[in-house]
Design a protein around this ligand. Structure first.
Ligand SMILES: Cc1cc2nc3c(=O)[nH]c(=O)nc-3n(C[C@H](O)[C@H](O)[C@H](O)COP(=O)(O)OP(=O)(O)OC[C@H]3O[C@@H](n4cnc5c(N)ncnc54)[C@H](O)[C@@H]3O)c2cc1C
Length: 454
C-alpha cells in the first residue's frame, strides 16, 4: 500500500500488523506494561505502542534501524586545510548482510537548527504538533496524513529543507509576496532563466532562504510543505569487509560544511552533517544497496588488482584490503595489489594510514600516494602518480590485474581514465581512438571497473 492510501485510520493503523511486522516488534520491544506495583496490586500504567510517522517513513524506504557503534574523526582538523572525514561503524539489523564494495543507504535528518529556523519563519515551533489532511485524496499525499505529527518530525525527517527552489517554487512565492517590489523581484527571478540560474540554482537558494530574503511572503505551513521534495536517502561506499565482522559495517564520510554559496551563513550537507552528529547507541535508518555494476573484490584472492582513488574514494578499497588481508591470513595467498590514492597531506588526511602501512608491511598492498599540498616533483594528483609509476601499472596489467576506480566523477575520474589510455597508447604505439576503445573493451570485460559519484 502506498503512503496515504486507504482510509484515514488505514494509513497508520488498518494494516499495522501486516506491514510493520518484525520492525515494529523490535521498535516496540521494551514498551511493555510498567512493572511498578500500586496500592491496588496491578500496574499503575498500561502502555500501548502506537505506530509513528517515523516508522512508516523507514518502512516505505525499505530501511531498518541500525545502531551506531563508533564515530571518529580521521583528519587532523588543527591543520588549516583539514576537512572533516569521519569513520562511522554500525551494528546492522538482524538478518542484514553485505559484501565488500556494497553501499550503505542512509535516511538523514535535517539539522535541528535548520528545523527551528524553518519553524520560526512559518510561525510555529519544533515542539508543536499538527495533523495533515490531503485535499486531493490520500494518494496525492507524500507526507504522513490524518495522524498527529510533530513539527520537528515533519520538517526534520520528511522533507529536504536545503534543496534549491524550483522556478515553480519562486512563482508561488511571488504570488504570496505582500510587498509589490518584492513581488516584482520574485517574478523576474522566476521568468528570467539566466537570473534563476545565477541567483537560485548556482547559489543553491532553498525555499526557506527565499522566504528569509523576501520577508513579505506569507506562506502557510501546508503550502511550504507542498513545495519541498521528500527527504531522500544518500548512499555511502562501505569501507569494511563482512569477513572482519558480518554484523557490522563502516563508512568513511566527507563532511560537507562550508560558507553557503547563497551568502547566508554556513551550508551543512544534510546527510554528511547528520552522520557527523551521531553518537554511539544512536539508531539510524539504513539499508544495504548493491552497486549497479558489480564492484567487489575478485573471486580469487590471488588476482592482481590496481585500485585508484582520491579522498573518501578510498572507502571501498579499505574494505577490499581488509578482506584481502583476512583471506590471506586464512590460507588464500593475496596476489599483488597497488593502491594509488590522492589526498591533501600525509600528516593531515592520509585516511587509515596506520592500517594501510601495516598491510604494506605484510605485502598485502603497495601504496602509491599523491599529496596535493605536498607535491613530489610533478606528482600532485593521483593521475600524476599513476603516470609516474606506469611501469608498475603495465606489469600488473600483463599479469591480468583488474583495475578499480572510486571517487568523485567530475575531475578525478576523467583524468584517471585519460591517463590509463595514455599509458596504453605509449605501450601499444596506437592512436587516441584505439586507446579509448581499449579502455571501453577493458570495461566491457570487467577488467576496468569505475564507481564514481558527483
Ligand atoms: C554510489 C555513491 C557512493 C558514495 N560514497 C560516498 C562515500 O563513501 N563517502 C562520502 O563521503 N560520500 C559518498 N557519496 C556521496 C554521498 O552520497 C552524498 O552525496 C554526500 O555525503 C553529500 O550529501 P549531503 O546530504 O551531506 O549533502 P546535500 O545536502 O545533498 O548537499 C550536497 C549539495 O550541496 C552542494 N554544496 C556543496 N557545498 C555547498 C555550499 N557551500 N553551499 C551550497 N551548496 C553546496 C553540492 O554541490 C551538492 O549539490 C557517494 C555517493 C554515491 C552516489
Amino acid at each position: 500500500m502506498a503512503r496515504g492510501e486507504g482510509d484515514a485510520r488505514g494509513d497508520f493503523f488498518g494494516d499495522f500488523e501486516q506491514w510493520y511486522g518484525p520492525l515494529w516488534e523490535r521498535l516496540g520491544a521494551g514498551l511493555g506494561v510498567a512493572a511498578r506495583p500500586t496500592v491496588g496490586g496491578g500496574p499503575l500504567y498500561d502502555v500501548e505502542a502506537v505506530p509513528t510517522a517515523e516508522v512508516e517513513l523507514v518502512r516505505e524506504n525499505k530501511l531498518d534501524f541500525s545502531t551506531v557503534i563508533e564515530n571518529r574523526e580521521l583528519v587532523d582538523l588543527t591543520s588549516p586545510f583539514g576537512r572533516s572525514k569521519r569513520h562511522i561503524e554500525f551494528a546492522l539489523p538482524p538478518g542484514v548482510t553485505y559484501a565488500a564494495g556494497d553501499y550503505l543507504a542512509v535516511l538523514p535528518e535535517n539539522h535541528p537548527r535548520l528545523v527551528e529556523r524553518a519553524a520560526r519563519r512559518l510561525g510555529t515551533r519544533p515542539g508543536a504538533a499538527v495533523i495533515l489532511r490531503s485535499n486531493r485524496g490520500a494518494m496525492a499525499a507524500s507526507l504522513p496524513t490524518d495522524h498527529p505529527v510533530s513539527i520537528q518530525e515533519l520538517l526534520g525527517r520528511h522533507v529536504e529543507l536545503s534543496a534549491p527552489a524550483t522556478r515553480k517554487d519562486v512563482e508561488r512565492l511571488a504570488e504570496r509576496a505582500q510587498d509589490k517590489a518584492q513581488q516584482a523581484a520574485l517574478n523576474e527571478l522566476a521568468s528570467d532563466p539566466a537570473r534563476y540560474q545565477a541567483e537560485v540554482l548556482k547559489k543553491r537558494a532553498s525555499v526557506l532562504d527565499l522566504l528569509d530574503a523576501y520577508p513579505s511572503c506569507e506562506l502557510s505551513l501546508g503550502e511550504f510543505l507542498e513545495l519541498l521534495p521528500a527527504m531522500r536517502v544518500r548512499q555511502y561506499s562501505i569501507s569494511s569487509s563482512p569477513r572482519a565482522n558480518p554484523s557490522r559495517c563502516t563508512v568513511t564520510v566527507a563532511i560537507v560544511k562550508a560558507p553557503a554559496w547563497s551568502g547566508q551563513g554556513e551550508f551543512h550537507g544534510t546527510c554528511s552533517s547528520f552522520l557527523a552528529r551521531l553518537r554511539a547507541e544512536d539508531q539510524v535508518p539504513i539499508a544495504i544497496r548493491t552497486p549497479n555494476v558489480p564492484f567487489h573484490p575478485p573471486a580469487l584472492n590471488s588476482t592482481p588488482v590496481v585500485m585508484i582513488c582520491a579522498g573518501t574514494g578510498l572507502a571501498p578499497f579499505r574494505g577490499f584490503l581488509q578482506e584481502r588481508a583476512l583471506r590471506h591470513a586464512h590460507g588464500e595467498p593475496a596476489g599483488p595489489a597497488l593502491l594509488f590514492f590522492g589526498c591533501d597531506h600525509p600528516d593531515v588526511d592520509l585516511l587509515y594510514r596506520e592500517e594501510l602501512e601495516q598491510w604494506e608491511r605484510q605485502d598485502i598492498v603497495t601504496l602509491y600516494p599523491a599529496f596535493f599540498r605536498k607535491p613530489e616533483g610533478e606528482v600532485t594528483f593521483v593521475q600524476h602518480r599513476l603516470w609516474k609509476d606506469r611501469e608498475k601499472v603495465r606489469e600488473l596489467y600483463r599479469q591480468g590485474a583488474i583495475f578499480f576506480l572510486c571517487g568523485e566523477g567530475q575531475y578525478m575520474a576523467p583524468a584517471v581514465r585519460e591517463t590509463l589510455a595514455k599509458i596504453y597508447q605509449e605501450t601499444a604505439g596506437c592512436t587516441d581512438a584505439e586507446a579509448s576503445s581499449w579502455l571501453l573493451e577493458m570495461e566491457h570485460k570487467g577488467r576496468y571497473v569505475p564507481d564514481v559519484f558527483a
